[in-house]
Each structure stands twice: as C-alpha cells, then as structure tokens.
Design a protein around this ligand. Structure first.
Ligand SMILES: [Zn+2]
Length: 218
C-alpha cells in the first residue's frame, strides 16, 4: 500500500491517492444539504465568536454530528489579537470542548497570545488536542508535551527560526502532524522540510504521520 501525505488542517483541500486533506470549515458555512464525502473539521472560529449565541452553536454542532466525515472539532480556541470579545470566545470554546468530550472527537486548536488561559483548559481536556499552526519555542513546547498535546506544523517550517527548530526537535514523533492551513504551500514541501529538521527519511515521516492519523481518528 502506498502511504499518503496527510494534511491535517487545510482550507484548500486536495484529495487524491497521494494526499488526504482534512478540510477545515467554519461551522456556519457547512452546507447540510449535501453530504460531505471527504474528511472535515468544523467549529466556530474565535474570530467569529461574537456573531453566535451558545444555543446557536450547539444546534449547528448537533445538526452536523451524524455526518460520518466530520472527524474533528476545529478550529476553535482563543485569540487575543482579534476583535471578538474575549469572554465570549471563552464561552464558545468551552461549549465546543464539552461537545468534543461528549462525542469523543479530537479538537483542532487555534491559539494566539492565549497560552495561559489555554493551558488551563488543556489540563482538564479529556480528548486529544491538536495545536494547529504550531510555532512556539522550546519552553512552552515542553509544557504542552507534558499535557499530552499533539502538534501540527505548517508554513512556519519553510522559514524556520533557530528557536522553532529546537522546539520541533523535542516534539515526540507520535504527536506530530503537518498542515498547509490557508497558505498556498504544498503539503509535500512541508513534509520535505520537516524530514530535514527531524532527520527522518521522507518515507519514515510519511509512515509515522499516517500512523498518528489512523490511531487518533479511526
Ligand atoms: Zn486554519
């Protein structure tokens, strides 16, 4: 069997024999009229938090739960740099985390300048947490490894800084994912760079991430 590349978080999915993309959808944009036949995640993004009341979010999530390709809640999280009211972001984040715990779905997290608050939630979370677009340094990475998080690396590896490189090198390989997010980068380029950073052969990296994907989602 040929091992595919896995793009764990993308807004521009390409699904082929070679690539499995997990399409990241804004919950409010999901079209319930049509079955979605490729894997996707959905959630209210922190940027859009103030547009929705908690009851609306619950209703949208409940409507979606029967879709078999709905494999993760995300991206959700906390973002201190956006305009949405922070307390409201927290409320919706909490609600979506509870939903994930109830339905046992992994959560894909968007975090900007919110690590203190997030770590508090991550300590209590009883579902796998994937930190998407991860680019923090070694100290924070150590703490997040201890909390059992998964790390998804994206375009920041294409212009790697020494501190990001150091952080990547301590991430356990069984907690690693790769992504393109909304960039125009190709997932193969990301794999190629990460294989150089980790010292793994490209094929070894593909096997490892495919294994991580299978064990987390299926
Ligand atoms: Zn995204």
């Amino acid at each position: 069997m040929k091992i595919p590349f896995i793009d764990i978080h993308t807004h521009h999915p390409v699904n082929s024999e070679e690539i499995i993309s997990v399409h990241s959808l804004f919950l409010q944009d999901v079209d319930l009229q049509n079955d979605i036949n490729t894997p996707f995640s959905a959630a209210i993004h922190p940027w859009h938090a103030t547009k929705f009341a908690p009851e609306q979010v619950s209703e949208m999530l409940n409507n979606l739960i029967k879709q078999p390709e709905f494999i993760a809640i995300g991206e959700t999280g906390l973002d201190k740099l956006c305009n949405a009211d922070y307390q409201h972001q927290k409320n919706l984040f909490e609600l979506q985390l509870e939903f994930a715990v109830f339905y046992r779905k992994p959560v894909i997290i968007h975090a900007v300048r919110s690590w203190n608050e997030l770590t508090w939630y991550l300590k209590q979370a009883k579902v796998p947490i994937i930190l998407h677009g991860y680019s923090a340094g070694k100290e924070l990475t150590k703490q997040l490894i201890d909390l059992g998080c998964y790390f998804s690396l994206g375009k920041s590896v294409l212009q790697i800084t020494p501190s990001h490189r150091e952080a990547i090198q301590i991430i356990p390989l069984n907690t690693l994912f790769l992504e393109t997010d909304d960039s125009s980068a190709n997932i193969m380029e990301i794999y190629f760079e990460v294989s150089k950073i980790t010292g793994l052969q490209l094929d070894e990296l593909k096997i490892q991430i495919h294994k991580n994907f299978k064990s987390l989602f299926f």
